[in-house]
Design a protein around this ligand. Structure first.
Ligand code: NDP
Length: 479
């Protein structure tokens, strides 16, 4: 597909006329062209957004909500086309995109279209002395920079609250996965979203993305991506005193106690290890298992992992598709090599998978399970972001908590136990922004979402996002 920028309500060629190839990871073939935009395109988007802001921010909440609901409806109507595009760009199974990514993108718009109607400001009475109330106004222009793993889902998770709160947006999707954002541009035109309210500029992170992060006319930036890029965004934002939200990497622990609900634990651990080829920031690549259950769990887990089919993402029944790029495949496989050097035993997988037919040149990696590694080795400390998990035994609650917390990250953690008291005690001690007890990926969009330590700064989700995208102003009246 020939992707274009969406600026000022129109689909536009990039200012410099240059394009990047869009490559399908499942086949290695070029399937389209993406604008190689830079600072001039971001400047055009800023001008368009500044022009649109006074009218958009003055609309009633119901009118803004109506626009977002129309967009949600059109995403639902175009679910199949969007899911295929998402699969072509990312390599993930079409069925996954159709049942998870695309419905969730629609519900992001639907959720914030209605949340804004219930967003109340605070009032604080100082006895009979004074009354304070807090007004919340949109900030202006919001930069929304998103990664390739859940392209439409994560872009809309930022765009929807920013727009609902009355801001105009400049979005920068990953250049690896531009097509669903382009289809969203067309949907916004069809939905009658006023020109300049949402602008999407495609291209490399170091050019188009950096121009968004640097631009003094964009006072708020919401970023999801790797920790190293997050550091650069924070550094670029600091001199301009921008408000920044950073959702970054993770190395989430999946803690399995011997008294866990076994079948559920096993099935969900398989999902949390290998869904989306392990390319979800919330996946659990470190599985900590209490010693009495360790061998049984290991053997069953490895057997079920061997049963997962890897192949053409368009074929129903394949559980894993391709990973996003050749470079990413090489990175994942280099970590398997590293794990071997660090003394790990590869129990299954560990290699590239060659798929016949249409996908013979695609980038597929076998789901991989490794044991025997020390908790502080690089394989257990660094984010791999692929279908590679390690197994580690533990002997006590204290040891489980210490190992779980023993990385620079703190995004999510899973705890599997039928002992309610232990579940609460362990959850309280874990350094993670989201803790799932006996489940994974259950998301109530009203709850705050985000990580601790190097997994990020700030929280998205629910009213937190509406607070982030608005400026509070306190009015104090003496009685
Ligand atoms: P990157 O950090 O490489 O990229 C994220 C986005 O930032 C892309 O749009 C990228 O553009 C852009 N970008 C890159 N460099 C700059 C720059 N200097 N200035 C501004 N923008 C820039 O992450 P990935 O796309 O590789 O995504 C994977 C990472 O995202 C993983 O670490 C994962 O854990 C994390 N993630 C975190 C989530 C969370 O909620 N905490 C959720 C999902 C993923 P381009 O692609 O064109 O380089």
């Amino acid at each position: 597909m020939h992707v274009l920028n969406y600026i000022g309500g129109e689909l536009r060629e990039p200012a410099g006329g240059a394009y990047l190839d869009n490559i399908e990871p499942a086949t290695g073939a070029v399937i389209g062209r993406t604008p190689d935009s830079g600072a001039p395109d971001v400047e055009e988007a800023v001008v368009a957004a500044e022009k649109a802001f006074p009218a958009w921010s003055s609309l009633s909440v119901q009118e803004r909500s109506g626009h977002l609901l129309r967009i949600a409806g059109l995403i639902e109507e175009n679910r199949e086309e969007l899911a295929l595009a998402e699969s072509n760009d990312t390599g993930k199974p079409v069925a996954l995109a159709e049942t998870v990514d695309i419905p969730r993108a629609a519900s992001n718009f639907r959720f914030y279209a209605t949340a804004i109607e219930h967003f109340a400001s605070d009032a604080h009475a100082m006895g009979r002395t004074a009354l304070n109330y807090t007004l919340r106004a949109p900030i202006g222009l919001a930069g929304c920079i998103s990664p390739w793993n859940l392209p439409l889902y994560l872009l809309t998770w930022k765009i929807a609250p920013a727009l609902a709160a009355g801001n105009c947006v400049i979005g920068k999707p990953s250049e690896l996965t531009p097509t669903t954002a382009f289809l969203l541009s067309r949907i916004c035109i069809e939905a009658g979203l006023p020109a300049g309210v949402l602008n999407i500029v495609h291209g490399h992170g170091h050019k188009a993305g950096a121009a968004v992060a640097d631009h003094p006319g964009i006072p708020v930036v919401s970023f999801t991506g790797g920790t190293a890029t997050g550091r650069r965004i924070a550094a670029a934002a600091a001199p301009n005193f921008k408000r920044v939200s950073l959702e970054l990497g993770g190395k989430n622990p999946n803690i399995v106690f011997a008294d866990c609900p076994y079948e559920d634990t096993l099935q969900t651990a398989l999902l949390s290890s290998f869904s989306n080829q392990g390319e979800i920031c919330l996946c659990g690549p470190r599985i900590l298992v209490e010693r009495p259950l360790y061998e049984t769990f290991r053997d069953d887990f490895v057997e079920r992992t061997r049963g997962l089919t890897v192949g053409d993402p368009r074929e129903a029944g394949n559980r894993l598709g391709a990973v996003v790029s050749e470079a990413h495949m090489d990175k994942i496989l280099s970590y398997v090599e590293l794990a071997r050097e660090e003394g790990g035993r590869v129990l299954c997988g560990g290699q590239r998978v060659r798929v016949n037919g249409r996908c013979r040149d695609g980038w597929f990696v076998a789901p991989t399970v490794i044991e025997g590694l020390a908790p502080d080795c690089r394989t257990n400390q660094e984010e791999i972001f692929g279908p590679v998990v390690t197994l580690l035994p533990f002997d006590s609650d204290d040891e489980a908590v210490a190992k779980a917390n023993g990385t620079p990250y703190g995004l999510a953690a899973m705890v599997w136990t039928d002992n309610l008291g232990r579940a609460h005690r362990v959850a309280e001690r874990l350094h993670a922004g989201i803790i799932w007890i006996n489940c994974w990926m259950l998301r109530d969009l009203r709850t705050p979402f985000g990580g601790m330590k190097q997994s990020g700064v700030g929280r998205e989700g629910g009213f937190e996002a509406l607070r982030f995208f608005t400026e509070p102003k306190n009015v104090c009246i003496k009685m």
